[in-house]
Design a protein around this ligand. Structure first.
Ligand code: XMP
Length: 321
């Protein structure tokens, strides 16, 4: 599929859907395909495009990698059941944590998630199902940032000269690769996905591993998951493009019960952006920031410092890893 951009402003979503359904159908022929649904707008749109094109010949999985947000698998599986799409849950937590063990470098962490996902977990699912194709929701921004060497997005291969057939044993179809996030939202709405999906804040492929600086152990992921629940509860109605909590590696001196507590630091980021290429920190009001801080200090064990990021992208990126 060509990778010239279709800007959201000139996108005709219904025509785009017809074209992509036809292209997926032609590429897969009488064969079968698989796809991973995380519940984000990209993978949700791909899941519905794929099911329109292939019906039962597309098998959809939710990969529980242990790095997801609270309650995510149940929420996504039941939402798609309501749309008539059966989603199978694959528990791969042990494999992901084994691959992340001892890994602290950001790009090595991204690579560990990528390899576990595509080589181990998907390699196995594809072999077991006999499928030859993987459908995935790569968008143009993922490709741009990876090719520019800014950040290795988990889902970019061909553009880096990697042939998925050789590397993993299956071909990858990317129906959304000419769109940016704003275009995908239009397509998702036209596919009759609910607003909770087509307006959903982006969430990165490496999931909460992108929000833990240093090693992503099950314990540290559990801490950032708690902080994420609070952050999303308080900020998702702010109208921001995206918000997140990040667990830092450094500790700082704090005090609890009149004793020194050398504790953890959580950084909050909240972004205004149109297409994730550039972003500015949202001007949150002080009361909201105070509520965030008090709830995180109270509810996330061991945290003594809560900060709010005020640096724009660039030179920052949105995720910390
Ligand atoms: P950055 O951190 O690169 O993020 O400024 C830009 C947008 O992309 C999301 N992001 C990812 N999405 N796979 C994804 O599907 C990834 O590996 C990945 N890394 C970052 C990020 O959440 C933001 O919306």
């Amino acid at each position: 599929m060509a990778s010239d951009e279709i800007p959201a402003g000139s996108l005709d979503p219904q025509q785009f859907i017809r074209e992509q359904v036809r292209e997926i159908g032609e590429a897969v022929g009488q064969g079968t395909a698989v796809n991973a649904l995380s519940g984000g707008v990209d993978s949700s749109a791909v899941t519905l495009l794929g099911h329109r094109a292939l019906g039962d010949r597309l098998k959809t999985y939710f990969v529980q990698n242990g790095l997801m947000r609270e309650g995510e698998p149940e929420r996504v599986i039941s939402l798609f059941a309501g749309l008539g799409v059966k989603v199978e849950l694959v528990d791969a937590q042990e494999e992901f944590f084994a691959a992340l063990k001892g890994v602290t470098d950001p790009e090595e962490k991204r690579e560990a998630v990528t390899q576990t996902f595509y080589k181990k977990v998907f390699g196995r699912l594809v072999r077991e199902s006999g499928a030859r194709f993987l459908l995935q929701g790569t968008i143009l921004t993922d490709v741009d940032e990876t090719v520019a060497g800014i950040k290795r997005q988990h889902n970019v291969f061909a553009q880096l000269g990697i042939d998925p057939e050789q590397a993993f044993g299956y071909a990858i179809l990317e129906p959304l690769v000419r769109l940016r996030k704003d275009g995908v939202r239009k397509v998702a709405e036209a596919l009759d996905l609910p607003a909770s999906v087509f307006r959903r804040m982006p969430f990165p492929g490496p999931a909460l591993a992108a929000r833990v600086i240093g090693e992503a152990t099950p314990e540290r992921i559990a801490l950032v998951r708690k902080a994420t629940v609070i952050t999303e509860e308080l900020l998702s109605s702010s109208g921001a493009f995206q918000c997140m909590a990040i667990l830092h590696q450094d500790r700082v001196t704090g005090m609890r019960d009149n004793r020194r507590d050398y504790g953890l630091q959580i950084e909050i980021r909240c972004w205004d952006s149109v297409d994730a290429r550039r972003a500015l920190p949202t001007r949150l009001d002080w009361e909201t920031l105070e509520n965030l801080s008090l709830r995180i200090l109270d509810e996330v064990p061991g945290v003594v410092s809560v900060t709010y990021n005020i640096a724009p992208k660039p030179p920052s990126t949105m995720e910390a890893v």
